[in-house]
Design a binder for this molecule. Structure first.
Ligand SMILES: Nc1ncnc2c1ncn2[C@@H]1O[C@H](COP(=O)(O)OP(=O)(O)O)[C@@H](O)[C@H]1O
Ligand SMILES: [Mg+2]
Length: 254
């Protein structure tokens, strides 16, 4: 039984209830959203034929704010729910949000590891829900870390390739939350490191021309586009964290 005062695992405080932790990891998903994520999980699992190997999935979009981070967190959670060992990496080193959202340490993280300052073990924080329960759920998280001056160079380095090869041996799925394609080149730089890329498109947010350009750029670097997540709020002014019917997600396989 979980002790109220025990606080041995990073990512939550002793006062957090199970529901609060679950809420922070995946939001207060309603039925439709949770079903949409399960469908996304299923489609992704079927996208890879060689089961038993680690799959690294990059998440990107045309612009900021389309829901990459939200989708990455929810997808990681949904994969962990089906007993997969999952690592969630915050690849947007310019605008970190994970440590705040998940209440994790802001550093060390990806940038620190890529710069050779910290080891992966130091930079990976377990986010555990009910560590002592039979159905404990864990997602390992590597936040982006200290903001570096040169994220694209770090991501394109030999060190990055080595890091991903090392991590491949430890996880079933690695979800790599990336910056938007139209803002910086990071997503294009890492296309060689990932097995496939999912493009998040937000309703009333994405611009047709920009999405076409995003796809063109990804194809130019031979990225394997796995598909698209259509992320669209249906209630004007609804708040995701209030747990209203906020989300309508569909996954379109290319
Ligand atoms: N479907 C949605 N409904 C309501 N709010 C959303 C939805 N998708 C994303 N958001 C909110 O929009 C903001 C931007 O989402 P985020 O995942 O951080 O985008 P990105 O990582 O693509 O920049 C966050 O506050 C997130 O909670
Ligand atoms: Mg983000």
């Amino acid at each position: 039984m979980a002790s109220k005062t025990k606080n041995t695992t990073k990512g939550f405080t002793s006062n957090d209830t199970r529901n609060e932790r679950r809420h922070r990891l995946a939001g207060n998903m309603n039925f439709a959203a949770s079903e949409a994520y399960k469908l996304l999980r299923t489609n992704l699992m079927f996208s890879f034929s060689d089961n038993g190997k680690c799959h690294i999935i990059g998440m990107t979009s045309s612009f900021r704010g389309e829901g990459k981070s939200l989708t990455s967190i929810n997808l990681a959670y949904t994969l962990a729910e089906s007993n997969k060992k999952v690592l969630l990496i915050e690849g947007d080193m310019r605008l970190p949000t994970f440590s705040g959202r998940l209440r994790l340490n802001a550093a060390p993280g990806l940038s620190n590891v890529l710069a050779g300052i910290n080891t992966t073990d130091e930079a990976i924080q377990p986010f555990v829900i009910d560590a002592d329960a039979d159905d404990a759920l864990q997602v390992d998280v590597m936040v982006s870390g200290d903001i570096p001056p040169n994220p694209s160079e770090l991501l394109g380095s030999e060190h990055a390739a080595g890091l991903f090869n090392l991590l491949r041996g430890k996880y079933d799925y690695i979800i790599f939350d990336l910056p938007p394609v139209t803002a910086v080149t990071d997503a294009l730089v890492v296309s060689k490191l990932v097995d496939g890329i999912v493009v998040v498109v937000r309703n009333n947010h994405a611009v047709r021309g920009a999405l076409a350009e995003t796809i063109r750029q990804l194809k130019l670097v031979d990225a394997h586009i796995l598909g698209f997540v259509f992320n669209g709020a249906t209630e004007s002014g609804s708040s995701y964290y209030k747990g209203k019917s906020y989300y309508k997600g569909n996954y379109y396989k290319k």
